[in-house]
Design a protein around this ligand. Sequence first.
Ligand code: AMP
Ligand code: MN
Ligand code: MN
Ligand code: MN
Length: 287
Amino acid sequence: MRAQNILNADLHCHSVVSDGTLTPEILAERAKANGVELWALTDHDEIGGQHRAAAAAKAQGLHYLTGTEISVTFAGETVHIVGLGFDTDDAEMQQGLRNTRGGREQRAREMAESLAKVGIHGAFEGALKFVGNPELISRTHFARFLVESGVCRETPEVFRKYLTEGKPGYVPHRWATLRDAVTWITQAHGVAVIAHPGRYNFSANEEYALFTEFKAHGGQAVEVVTGSHTPQEYVKYAETAREFGLAASRGSDFHSPGESRTDLGALPFLPGDLTPVWELLSDRIQE
Ligand code: AMP
Ligand code: MN
Ligand code: MN
Ligand code: MN
């Protein structure tokens, strides 16, 4: 039998149901064309695309795990927790995600006011034009508007100049707690995964606290190989997975053909000695 780690699994990406630009159906087609064997759509704070994604996966002959990426506030920073293989009809999970989405519109209006003060007008309406799901207006949609209107050349530049802490369009926001996010996922029979740990601006102590508390709440995995990590970070977080006894996940974090550096499925395999997260979820995979 083929080693479990040698599997083209892509367990992190976004559709128009959050801040991606492709539909679940087109993503499934693209995943298949890129050689993905096991797929999960993980829209931010939202599971509204799950039925479409699972059906599209089936039509393409792709194995599927349910997914989402929950926004969490931990130690004053935004952390993302991916949930995989949970029951999409779980009422507490649905309510928790609804509450997490709840503050986005107000935050977006404040972002637009803040941008107006530096001379960028109409950003709320502008961002809305790019939104597929009105409950899920995100910084990504503002970034697309600022590129379209010629304020910046590309989205990373928008984040650097406007949408990150201390910059004119940034509005601090309180998301779900780590405990709640992990609990929603695990009580719905899924596995919680720390998304792209290399992306956070934590000190070593804060990062240690994140992994320790995540584990204490019942979290079981960490993204090791992701489009958001450098090869050095694959090595670093493989070591963290071993240290904390966590399974490892793999996902591109693909959002859009024009914006994402890593395409669906286009990643190295997980290091051979780590337990792949899909081994914990073998009975949750839809074929
Ligand atoms: P939000 O949930 O509204 O705070 O938006 C977060 C999203 O913005 C992330 O999921 C990414 O898609 C995107 N994002 C965050 N930082 C950057 C960056 N530096 N460059 C490009 N996109 C980013
Ligand atoms: Mn995103
Ligand atoms: Mn993320
Ligand atoms: Mn993501």
